[in-house]
Ligand binder design. Structure first.
Ligand SMILES: Nc1ncnc2c1ncn2[C@@H]1O[C@H](COP(=O)(O)OP(=O)(O)O)[C@@H](O)[C@H]1O
Ligand SMILES: [Mg+2]
Length: 262
């Protein structure tokens, strides 16, 4: 028979745990949903993009991705934090692009809005080239609404976090997607890793494309080579017979202009 007191009052550990959760929740709300972001979310809700934000799928220094509910199903909502931390991880060639985009009057929030818009634009370009990426639905200020990649409301895991059933098939599929990115969309991802590829029903879906650059860019070749080296190692560990050179060739690398002397 439990102590009747315990039925009425949560135990001390439960209270501590509740307070911890509450603090964590508040921290999340404070960090992401500053006034401007709340207004942006409100605007997107008014537009009918989604009805509510359900929970964070992933949060990091630069932003977070949330599951949201809409009338027709789920959406993924990516929110970039208004602050300068994101630019610490952004390579100089992207900063150059942002400065040009935003102009001399650009402040940090404008640069973040331009960055968010860029992710929306790149996703649109990749969809037209039939590369498997989330469908972008809308973007307003630092908030991007896109297709939710998942099954039964559960987000698809990044490739790094699961055991692939058929690594050979995923390899073939991923290199095909990446080749389309180079040959049809004329873009190089620029931050390709098993964390930026989700696996949905055994098939790869490429995400996190804001830093993608044109295949004409002087760094394009070098970036693809770097990603090819990392991914070749990843797939070799899973028993796929490949090499950085093979991965680079399978993804359209040879079509890129030779590196320019800088
Ligand atoms: N469209 C999506 N559907 C489901 N989960 C997503 C989607 N986009 C991102 N995620 C989840 O959020 C994480 C972070 O997203 P990502 O775009 O890589 O942002 P970051 O810049 O934080 O790396 C991903 O690893 C993935 O787990
Ligand atoms: Mg990422």
């Amino acid at each position: 028979m439990p102590d009747p007191e315990e039925l009425l009052y949560p135990t001390r550990t439960e209270r501590v745990e509740d307070r911890r959760k509450e603090r964590q929740q508040r921290k999340l709300v404070d960090e992401f949903f500053d006034h401007a972001t709340l207004l942006a979310v409100g605007r997107l809700i008014n537009q009918g993009q989604f009805q509510s934000i359900d929970y964070p799928i992933s949060t990091g220094k630069e932003g977070g991705v949330f599951r949201a509910s809409a009338a027709g199903g789920f959406r993924a909502v990516k929110i970039y934090r208004i602050g300068n931390t994101i630019f610490r991880h952004v390579p100089p060639y992207v900063i150059e692009w942002l400065r040009r985009e935003v102009g001399a009057m650009g402040n940090t929030s404008r640069m973040i809005y331009a960055w968010t818009r860029r992710e929306h634009t790149v996703l649109t370009q990749l969809r037209s080239a039939e590369v498997r990426v989330p469908q972008p639905y809308a973007c307003f200020r630092n908030v991007l609404v896109m297709e939710f990649i998942g099954v039964d409301g559960l987000p698809a895991p990044p490739m790094q976090e699961i055991v692939l059933q058929d690594p050979e098939a995923v390899y073939a599929d991923l290199t095909t997607q990446l080749k389309r990115m180079v040959v049809s969309a004329h873009l190089v991802h620029g931050d390709l890793s098993p964390y930026n590829v989700l696996v949905l029903e055994d098939r790869p879906v490429i995400i996190d494309v804001a830093q993608a650059i044109s295949t004409n860019h002087p760094h394009a070749r070098e970036l693809l080579q770097r990603d090819a080296t990392n991914f070749a190692r990843f797939f070799r560990r899973l028993g796929v017979a490949t090499s950085p050179k093979e991965f680079f060739e399978a993804t359209g690398g040879p079509e890129l202009p030779a590196e320019m002397a800088s």
